[in-house]
Design a protein around this ligand. Structure first.
Ligand code: ZN
Length: 242
């Protein structure tokens, strides 16, 4: 089976469309979305419509729940908060209802999926480093767990001897005896200093994980955000991927 796994679209329609076009060419069997379809960008309703027509599995992220008052935004930075208030204003009632019904984690074909962390998926903890990951390996029973949330693509492996290491290689051959936490990066707001949209192809047949990067029309996404009066900081960071 070939899976396209993607996360953190954040209302960036241009990035999302480009990623879906690329996925189309890659002949995948399933499309798995790890949450945060909204927040930050200018097209929350359009992004949800596109998602509903394409994803086989959809999770909610913290921004999705923030936009429908299902999670606390007091820890959000001021820019994120401003974007969420705007998103809340423009989301259609039907789309709010859609977000309300989404899970924050699930298991599909023996693959664990969570937006933030397998340990306490609705507490929105970040897995930023190996120490965060080590704790989390105890909280899922499958060999693979895919996450999003930090917008930093990475593969963290715990081998059969209990040793943990992280890799940012583009293609990774998975070991039969290891357990993995894999961050799929972000479609709509990459933060690893590469502004191109990011997603993952997981091939369960040959046991590979490959990070894909896709160019998209950043200027057009920025222009729409400007028109909506979204924060400059959020507009500018798209060009730098951070
Ligand atoms: Zn996010």
């Amino acid at each position: 089976m070939r899976y396209a796994i993607f996360s953190d679209v954040h209302s960036n329609l241009e990035a999302f469309q480009s990623v879906l076009q690329e996925i189309e060419k890659l002949h995948v069997d399933k499309r798995l979305f790890l949450g945060d379809i909204v927040g930050y960008g200018a097209n929350p309703n359009e992004a949800i419509d596109l998602l509903k027509g394409t994803a086989d599995v959809t999770l909610a992220g913290n921004h999705d729940f923030a936009a429908i008052d299902m999670t606390d935004v007091s820890y959000f930075n001021p820019h994120a908060k401003e974007a969420i208030l705007w998103t809340k204003d423009v989301l259609t009632p039907a789309h709010k209802e859609f977000l309300k019904g989404l899970p924050v984690d699930t298991v599909v074909d023996s693959i664990t999926l969570a937006h933030s962390s397998p340990k306490e998926p609705q507490m929105w903890h970040y897995i930023f480093n190996i120490f965060d990951a080590i704790e989390n390996f105890e909280y899922f029973n499958t060999r693979l767990c895919f996450i999003g949330h930090s917008h930093h693509p990475v593969v963290i492996e715990r081998n059969s001897e209990g040793k943990t290491n992280a890799s940012k290689d583009q293609i990774i051959q998975l070991n039969e005896a290891s357990k993995y936490i894999i961050n799929a990066g972000s479609v709509g707001q990459p933060r690893d200093k590469n502004p191109q949209a990011c997603f993952v192809i997981y091939d369960s047949g040959n046991m590979t994980v490959e990070f894909k990067r896709v160019q998209y029309d950043i200027a057009s996404a920025q222009e729409k955000m400007r028109k909506e009066g979204l924060p400059d900081y959020l507009i500018e960071r798209l060009a730098y991927g951070k």
